[in-house]
Design a protein around this ligand. Sequence first.
Ligand SMILES: [Zn+2]
Length: 350
Amino acid sequence: MKKLILTLFCLLAIIFCTAQVTAVNDDVNMAEPRSEENIIMTVRGPIPASAFGKALVHEHVMCDFSGAAKTSELRYNTDDVVKTMLPFLQAVKQRGFTGFVDCTPAWLGRDAEVLFRLAGLTDLHILTNTGYYGAGNDKFLPSHAFTESADQLAARWVREWEQGIDGTAIKPGFIKISVDKGPLSQIDRKIVRAAAKTHLQTGLTIVCHTGEAQAALGVLKNVRSQGVHPSALIIVHADAIADPAVRFQLAKAGAWLEYDGVKAESIETHVKLIRETLRAGFGHRLLLSHDAGWYRVGEPGGARAKIRSYTTISDQLIPALKRTGISEAVLEKLLVDNPAQAFTVRLRKR
Ligand SMILES: [Zn+2]
């Protein structure tokens, strides 16, 4: 009798364990266990991914649109940038957000020290990046981007990861690149491949500005061709891809869809887009942000009056989503779990 009970017990245990494994696999193919070994690299150093908290994944503290030939730290006063942008970041913190990803790349106004100071003043987990911005008809690319190979560009970006940015000890938390619309130009393809090569050497996530279907699919193809799994790729401005079939094709491949154009006038549109994406089963691939800010280098006082706040998601979008019946658990997934997974430094090979 004892033997029979023991056998039954073992059988039940096996069935239970198998069910658990199946449930985990069904949940999200790429779901990684939360572990203190998973880190996110902030401007103040590594933190456990589980400490990132509620996060805005695509914002800008400062931009300089003068172009790679002109941009220089002599064009702005860092104290003025910090003083101007501090209240905007404090507003983020006051609303319970703790993660803030600054997507301004090098040659477009990236200043790691400004972000480091703001992180210290607000206690936000701020991320900066390595990589180059190929959109804007190559205006923001330094001259060496045209002459060097993808391997040489990747070596520059890997060096920032290993040694720090611009003579500081501050490390990038991700790779920010960008491509023009339409089929990838030769240089844009090189930049995407350089980003993939950098990922393979660092585990940093690739965040790519695309903005329309053809460019996004071209980026996906080139990232994969280098042996990188699409879960290491965030498709920036995915909310600008009109055809849901393309968005879902990207998500199905494993890429992240970043709906980052949230603003007061777009709430209704974004509620629809988010609900449509959840219904299609891609909530685990979705990221939200404002693409807002920023201190405008070259304009008096950084054009204070034109700076867009980073608070529309908390003040308008979240309440609107709740009104349609979206649960706290889903919001937690979109604003906490997904950002932590997306920005965890981790090698993702095909
Ligand atoms: Zn942006």
